[in-house]
Design a protein around this ligand. Structure first.
Ligand SMILES: [Zn+2]
Length: 299
């Protein structure tokens, strides 16, 4: 703790320093497993099971469909969880507004004066199939930020990944298996599978969310008032949760390399073997035929 405090350079521009100071305590929050277990007194049935060790995998919770009411549950079950804040607000100022900020500030006029209120949007994820997103509102900045991160850990969703790009067909879950659309207000977003190495061709805040989910390549199209970041973010989350709602045929899982939730180490090895088996044949033209025959045999 003390080491991290010493690291920030003392002299910087005042403007940037104040902004950085708001964000800095955030990274220090990471606790070890033992610290969480010691401090945590579970209140819900689910929490007690997690602390006992009867539930060791987050997929068990998703299968039963129980709601998570305690952030420690996700902290324990997903140890490599990362947190980030999205820039939903804007600095006040001349010349047509200012920089994007993590706090969206709104005001109510009253007889005593202006009453400001702050809201933030936090995203959590393990970069391997799980993301959560939530908003937090308060009269001050710090509680708003804490609320949003706490709530994001409760709003966790499982993301279906795959490779649906016609240019790629590698069978690894680096993109999404098929195109999908989401909407909130007038903001609409369409995500499309992209080949490996393409990167995230999306708006910046949306890219942060997709990165947290473990999606690396995607193309996108947006429509409507996309400057309303809150709505755009919600539209993206709607699209991501829609991915898991679409019904699939059994052979789609191998064709599109679909993976729900986390990618296991065994699966990674299987993918490698599968890739090697494809890469082995000599000529490219024969390759396709052999693939076809292989699938026929298996079917
Ligand atoms: Zn691919």
């Amino acid at each position: 703790m003390t080491e991290k405090k010493q690291t920030p350079p003392p002299n910087q521009n005042k403007g940037t320093q104040s902004r950085k100071r708001q964000r800095r305590p955030f990274k220090r929050e990471a606790k070890t497993r033992e610290e969480i277990l010691e401090a945590w007194k579970p209140l819900t049935q689910l929490g007690k099971k997690v602390k006992d060790g009867t539930i060791t995998d987050i997929d068990e919770i998703f299968l039963t469909g129980e709601k998570i009411y305690e952030p420690e549950i996700t902290e324990l079950l997903l140890p490599d969880l990362e947190t980030d804040l999205l820039l939903i607000g804007q600095a006040k100022g001349k010349f047509g507004g200012g920089q994007r900020r993590i706090f969206q500030q709104t005001q109510k006029k009253s007889s005593e004066g202006n009453k400001p209120r702050f809201s933030t949007c936090a995203v959590v994820g393990n970069k391997n199939g799980y993301v959560g997103l939530s908003f937090g509102k308060s009269k001050e900045t710090v509680p708003a930020r804490d609320k949003s991160t706490r709530k994001a850990k409760l709003n966790l969703i499982k993301v279906r990944r795959g490779c649906g790009s016609w240019e790629c067909t590698c069978g690894q879950p680096h993109s999404i298996p098929f195109a999908i659309e989401g909407k909130c207000g007038s903001a609409k977003i369409k995500l499309m599978p992209a080949p490996k190495g393409k990167g995230l061709c999306v708006e910046k805040e949306c890219a942060k969310i997709l990165k947290m989910a473990g999606i690396n390549d995607v193309w996108s199209k947006t429509k409507g008032q996309t400057n309303t970041k809150k709505n755009l973010i919600k539209a993206l989350m709607a699209a991501l949760s829609k991915l898991s709602e679409i019904k699939l045929q059994p052979d789609h899982y191998k064709k599109l390399g679909i993976c729900e939730g986390k990618l296991q180490s065994d699966e990674k090895n299987e993918d490698k073997e599968f890739l090697e088996s494809i890469a082995a044949p000599v000529e490219v033209t024969e390759n396709k035929q052999e693939n076809g025959t292989d699938q026929n045999k298996k079917a």
